[in-house]
Ligand binder design. Structure first.
Ligand code: MG
Length: 338
């Protein structure tokens, strides 16, 4: 049995700007697990919003007792064990949960989407994300994304209207908008959302800071498009509280700790009558393909993290103009390139 990992810098095709940060390179930590002649892969894409970075991921891995991973089928036990090492560290835990799932699928000879009971043809179309930029660059990016039927637009800085107007100058396709906690007062958020609703925007993601749930509850009574929680979605146990303020949740493996936890959150959200969006960080095809395996189980997909990079070290599920195409290889169905 062997577990090893290495860092890899994902290079973005365009500088990626959201309300709190701007990035050209995203460092991830790829993992490999070998047992009984089966090699499996996983990935951590740590995000500073959740107090993680490649150092914290590696520090977490160093604390893992390999003996506890000796039977990957014990997913509940392994996830509980990872939580017992330290709270948070969701991307490090996701990497291990993903590599265990890949191993199980390969051992059983089944693609994971089948293991989860999904039908790959049923995956909703994925949005393509347009980061914050000048109106001129936004217009170019929207033209480049001409084949994607639905766009996700990042806002939350003072130039929101300018951005949406630039998008609308080239396309009428449906938009989903993500403010990444950018609006700090409920009055400002209300004004912006009402304007967005007039621009054929389907829903708004995380309009206000995660901690301001009272304000979001106030907003929800006053707007006519759904409000989706992203940064506010922590653990499984948040679901009933979130349901009092939000219409849906954005689940991300890297934010929520992997496939087992994501599946439990799907069921918890359904039980609370919330819609489910499946999102991602900037990730290679390892992390994106892992998420794609549960993509048939959700309402809205936003799995373009690997489309935004120019040096993907793996191949796996393919995003063809927003359509997520899973292969039928066992496990994740990913393979290193070169
Ligand atoms: Mg978001």
């Amino acid at each position: 049995m062997k577990f090893d990992y290495w860092r890899y810098d994902l290079k973005l095709k365009h500088t990626f700007t959201i309300s709190r940060s701007s990035r050209d390179v995203v460092p991830v930590v790829l993992v490999r697990f070998e047992k009984d002649g089966i090699t499996a892969y996983g990935e951590a894409s740590p995000n500073a919003r959740y107090n993680e970075n490649p150092d914290s991921v590696e520090a977490f891995f160093k604390k893992v007792d390999l003996d506890k991973l000796s039977d990957p089928f014990k997913l509940e036990y392994i996830n509980d064990y990872l939580d017992s090492i330290a709270p948070h560290n969701a991307s490090a835990k996701a990497a291990i949960d993903i590599v265990m799932h890949d191993w199980i699928g390969k051992r059983l000879g089944v693609p994971l989407y089948k293991f989860f009971g999904g039908e790959k043809e049923k995956a909703p179309v994925s949005t393509f994300t347009i980061g914050i930029d000048t109106p001129e660059v936004i217009v170019e990016k929207v033209k480049e994304a001409a084949n994607y039927p639905v766009l996700k637009i990042k806002v939350g800085l003072p130039n929101d209207e300018e951005i949406i107007k630039a998008v609308r100058s080239v396309t009428n396709k449906p938009l989903r908008v993500d403010a990444n906690e950018g609006w700090k007062s409920k009055e400002e958020a209300l004004e912006r959302i009402n304007w967005l609703a007039s621009q054929n925007v389907e829903f708004i993601e995380q309009p206000m800071p995660a901690a301001q749930i009272e304000d979001v509850r106030w907003l929800r009574e006053r707007v006519r498009i759904p409000i989706v929680a992203d940064e506010a979605v922590g653990s499984l146990y948040d679901m009933s509280t979130l349901a009092t303020a939000y219409d849906g949740i954005n689940i991300k493996l890297q934010k929520n700790g992997g496939l087992l936890k994501a599946r439990k959150m799907i069921y918890a959200a359904r039980a609370n009558k919330m819609k489910i969006m499946l999102g991602c960080m900037i990730e290679s095809s390892v992390g994106i393909t892992a998420a794609a395996q549960i993509s048939p189980l959700v309402d809205w997909n936003d799995l373009d993290g690997n489309v935004l990079i120019s040096n993907d070290p793996f191949k796996g599920a393919v995003n063809e103009d927003g359509k997520i195409i899973l292969n039928d290889e066992p496990g994740l169905g990913v393979a290193p390139l070169g």
